[in-house]
Design a binder for this molecule. Structure first.
Ligand code: F6P
Length: 341
């Protein structure tokens, strides 16, 4: 077979480990050939390719980013986009496509599978918000990066008796905030699933200072105040209609300082969480996803995604992964509230 591979959406540590595993097993166990598509769906849309053989994947296991490049191109929004992809794949003699991505990339993969194209999906996102898989690779690395930052911020917060606010990624889901806040000993964790009450946040801060410790507030970028309690700035949207986030940390910095009188400083971790080398956990998960994805393609599967269920990798319908997001259940959030304040 001649198999196309692409990585779409926000990059994350572990993408190269998937690519390496797919190619290595595909070539050595099954004798397949590969075509690398550049920059997510832009590659098949424009017929933009690169060589993808065993030599091209040597030494990439620990490397962050993706050798294929990525983009948030949405071919569904392009006039005749799906037909263009079908024609380009035909012209290149591609029999099937392995799409490595999050909800948006896999949403397009689902559409293409519906058009009869052979597609296998691999779940990727630092946000860990894809349904039907217990974990996505990239999440463990992002959490570790955030925890390292929180550990450092604790010491400077103590020296200056300041409130330190750490804004982490998480557009719709607060998994990074929840896990990094818990592992880093945060005093308040704010997530998108649970609109916050600024009075309660300030109450936790006062309580923490009363115990002679300086508080750390971990806030997911998509967290919002309860309606009508605080004003947030309007932002632009990307081609999948997602609002460009970032800014809640700054709003909290000003609001907390004004309300409590304690000096406050924000740190926005931003894309640092997506960069650099993957943790061992993510390298193993990404490699296993890659091995199972090429097996699925070789077995003639289509419209499926590989998923982690417990400790096993299973095949699930792509539709199960893309129909809704995996959000933090309220009871998981309430579990950690005992550490607030
Ligand atoms: O989906 C992954 C993610 O890192 C989100 O956590 C974040 O909101 C978004 O991507 C940022 O996207 P961009 O890199 O396009 O600004």
């Amino acid at each position: 077979m001649r198999i196309g591979v692409l990585t779409g959406g926000g990059d994350c540590p572990g993408l190269n480990a998937v690519i390496r595993a797919v190619v290595r097993k595909g070539v050595e166990s099954y004798g397949h050939e590969f075509v690398g598509f550049r920059d997510g769906w832009k590659g098949p849309l424009e017929g933009s390719t690169m060589t993808l053989d065993v030599a091209a994947t040597r030494g990439i296991l620990p490397r962050g980013g993706t050798i294929l490049g990525s983009s948030r191109t949405n071919p569904i929004k392009v006039d005749g986009g799906i037909e263009k992809i079908e024609n380009n794949l035909d012209a290149l003699g591609v029999d099937g496509l392995i799409a490595i991505g999050g909800e948006d990339t896999l949403g397009v993969a689902t559409r293409l599978a519906g058009h009869g194209l052979r597609v296998v999906g691999v779940p990727k996102t630092i946000d860990n918000d894809l349904n039907a898989t217990d974990f996505t690779f990239g999440f463990d690395t992002a959490v570790q990066i955030a925890v390292d930052a929180i550990d450092r911020l604790h010491t400077t917060a103590e020296s200056h008796h300041r409130v330190l606010i750490v804004e982490v990624m998480g557009r719709h889901a607060g998994w990074i905030a929840l896990h990094s806040g818990l592992a880093g000993g945060a005093n308040v964790i704010l997530i998108p699933e649970r609109p916050f009450d600024i009075d309660a946040v300030c109450g936790y801060i006062e309580k923490r200072f009363a115990r002679h410790y300086a508080p750390i507030v971990v806030v997911a970028e998509g967290a919002t105040p309860k309606e009508g309690t605080m004003k947030l700035a309007d932002q632009g949207v990307d081609s999948f209609g997602h609002v460009r986030l970032g800014g809640i940390g700054q709003v909290l910095e000003m609001e907390i300082q004004a309300r409590t009188g304690y000096e406050s400083r924000q740190t926005v971790l931003g894309h640092v969480q997506r960069g650099g080398t993957p943790t061992a956990f993510d390298r193993v998960l990404a490699t296993r996803f890659g091995l199972h994805a090429i097996d699925a393609m070789n077995d003639g599967e289509s419209g499926v995604m590989v998923a982690l269920r417990g400790t096993e990798i299973e095949r699930v319908p792509l539709t199960a992964a893309t129909s809704e997001l995996k959000l933090v259940p309220l009871e998981r959030y309430e579990e950690v509230e005992v550490f607030f304040g």
